[in-house]
Design a protein around this ligand. Structure first.
Ligand code: SAJ
Length: 409
């Protein structure tokens, strides 16, 4: 088996490395030359526990190479971004480019696996793209056809290197043969159960997982609003409710971020204009940063703050990633509401202020909290491990808005 992984991001890079680590020759194609050069010298372009050590081993072993273009292989794995367009539909342009690059190299009989999160029906579209550009491949005997499967990634940012080998996989073949062949690829490194199904079921299952989590978090977020109106601690309510054997409520926060859960439910909504629950979940979670900013205003009343501290700016705890971060969105609203206040954003993991916050002259970034300063307002947004020693008592004079229930622990 020789594999070419197209797109060396959060999913493609670990997938390429894990295959190389079990001895499969892997060519990794990354379109961004800066990212490619970084990977080639063994430096991961993003932080993920244990990944960089494995990357260096894979490079040293010679099993992982970094060509400047898509390289001929018998298996292609596509892990390119599928972001949202402004109209909340999926932008499949990166996928189209990847498929076009792969199509040029095909000789027939190869397996093409899509891992990127996609709207239902995309795998069938991929098949059409391939045969539209390469009708010559259709005229060959059947075993020379191109086999296509949808195998969604399901790994959790922050635990990718462990989960990539341990999590169960879903393998959706466009044909039984494609499903079987794709399952064999994952069996080389995955100790979890490999479940073979058809491509549309696999596409929908992936979206169902992330939409379910989004709706569950939205439920927790709505419960937070309700509990607060009764002056009741929502974290205690959830803790107690989750003692019930059939209840499992997730945790409230300042909203839902990242490049998956804040995005993927839209792929379901776009296919069903009647969507109620999934759409409502999105709306509740999207509205949360504004609600947090309103809470700050309500708590301050007539007072004008001079010094505001925001704890965390990444999209969740213990990662450096700031994409779609609800913490960043909250900070932006606060910076806009109080242009004369100094807003200090502390985050031990983020590389700096996200692009969406650059240009606000009242914002400053720091890696460590100074508990000595007399902040007027403290907003707790991300429960990084580094913050867990802090309590409300560290900021005796501040108005505190704790969106994660982290300052009392
Ligand atoms: N969040 C809460 N409360 C919670 C859990 C999460 O507010 O109880 C927030 C986080 O702070 C963050 C957002 O939700 O802003 C998403 O974080 P997450 O840890 O729930 O999920 P991701 O986006 O890091 O990864 C998800 C995972 N999907 C599921 O758990 C169903 C992961 O397994 C997927 O592989 C990933 O999406 C993906 O790439 O699709």
């Amino acid at each position: 088996m020789k594999v070419c992984v197209v797109g060396l991001g959060y999913i493609g890079l670990p997938t390429a490395i894990v295959l190389a680590s079990v001895g499969v020759p892997v060519a990794g194609f990354e379109i961004d030359p800066v990212r490619r050069r970084s990977i080639a010298i063994g430096v991961s372009p993003f932080q993920e526990a244990d990944l960089e050590v494995a990357l260096r081993k894979a490079l040293d072993s010679g099993a992982f190479t970094l060509p400047n273009e898509v390289e001929p292989a018998d298996t292609y794995i596509v892990a390119v971004p599928t972001p949202l367009k402004n109209n909340y539909s999926a932008d499949l342009s990166y996928l189209e480019t990847a498929i076009s690059d792969i199509s040029e190299k095909l000789v027939g009989g190869e397996l093409v696996i899509i891992e990127s999160t996609c709207p239902p029906g995309t795998t069938e579209q991929v098949q059409k793209m391939i045969y539209d550009s390469r009708p010559d491949l259709l005229s060959e005997e059947e075993d020379r056809h191109v086999h296509i499967a949808y195998c969604p990634e399901r790994v959790l940012p922050g635990s990718i290197w462990r989960e990539i080998t341990e999590n169960d996989r879903i393998v959706g073949g466009l044909s039984p043969q494609a499903g079987q062949r794709a399952a064999e690829v994952y069996a080389t490194f995955c100790s979890g159960q490999i479940n073979i199904t058809d491509s549309k079921t696999a596409e929908l299952t992936k979206l169902a997982e992330n939409a379910f989590r989004d709706v569950n978090i939205a439920f927790a977020n709505e419960l937070e609003t309700i509990s607060r109106s009764f002056d009741v601690d929502v974290w205690r309510v959830i803790e107690l409710a989750n003692r019930h054997p059939r209840v499992n409520i997730l945790q409230p926060g300042p909203g839902v971020g990242g490049h998956c859960i804040a995005v993927d439910p839209w792929f379901l909504i776009q296919t069903n204009s009647q969507s109620k629950i999934i759409r409502a979940g999105r709306e509740v979670n999207i509205s949360k940063p504004r609600e947090v900013a309103e809470r700050v205003k309500a708590k301050l009343g007539d007072k004008t703050p001079d010094d505001i501290l925001a704890l965390g700016v990444t999209f969740k705890e213990n990662v450096e990633d700031v994409r779609e971060s609800p913490a960043a969105e909250t900070v932006k609203l606060i910076a806009q509401t109080y242009p004369d206040a100094q807003v200090t954003v502390v985050d031990p993991l983020a590389k700096g202020l996200p692009d969406s916050l650059v240009g606000y002259s009242n914002l400053e970034f720091a890696r460590q909290v100074s508990v000595r300063r007399n902040y007027d307002v403290v907003i707790a947004l991300v429960a990084h491990d580094e913050f867990l020693g802090l309590t409300a008592d560290d900021f005796p004079d501040a108005v505190i808005v704790d969106t994660r229930g982290m300052l009392k622990r």
